[in-house]
Write a protein that binds this ligand. Structure first.
Ligand SMILES: [Zn+2]
Length: 96
């Protein structure tokens, strides 16, 4: 009888947060849903701010983190049209 020797491979952390990196930036780059409503981020080059889970792919150096939508707006950014960061409850649409 053959014994399957499948090695239990622990789920690899695709991207471990780097030391010194703001975890919120990591959340933005990974579109982490769990951070929705906790903060918003703005993209300097586009002038738009959005929720962390927005599928946009901003360059990390252009990302600015704000605690609230109001702060981002006071800084001159406008809300993302696709993922309306102001709506705390939103219909979940499939991110293809
Ligand atoms: Zn967006």
């Amino acid at each position: 009888m053959r014994i399957a020797t499948a090695k239990a491979s622990p789920a690899k952390q695709a991207s471990a947060p780097r030391a010194g990196m703001d975890p919120r930036r990591t959340a933005v780059l990974e579109h982490d849903l769990r951070f929705d409503g906790k903060f918003v981020y703005a993209v300097k080059t586009t002038g738009v701010y959005c929720r962390p889970s927005c599928p946009a792919r901003p360059r990390p150096e252009n990302v600015v983190i704000y605690d609230t939508c109001d702060e981002a707006e006071r800084a001159g950014f406008r809300a993302c049209k696709r993922y309306h960061p102001k709506q705390s409850t939103f219909r979940k649409e499939a991110h293809a």
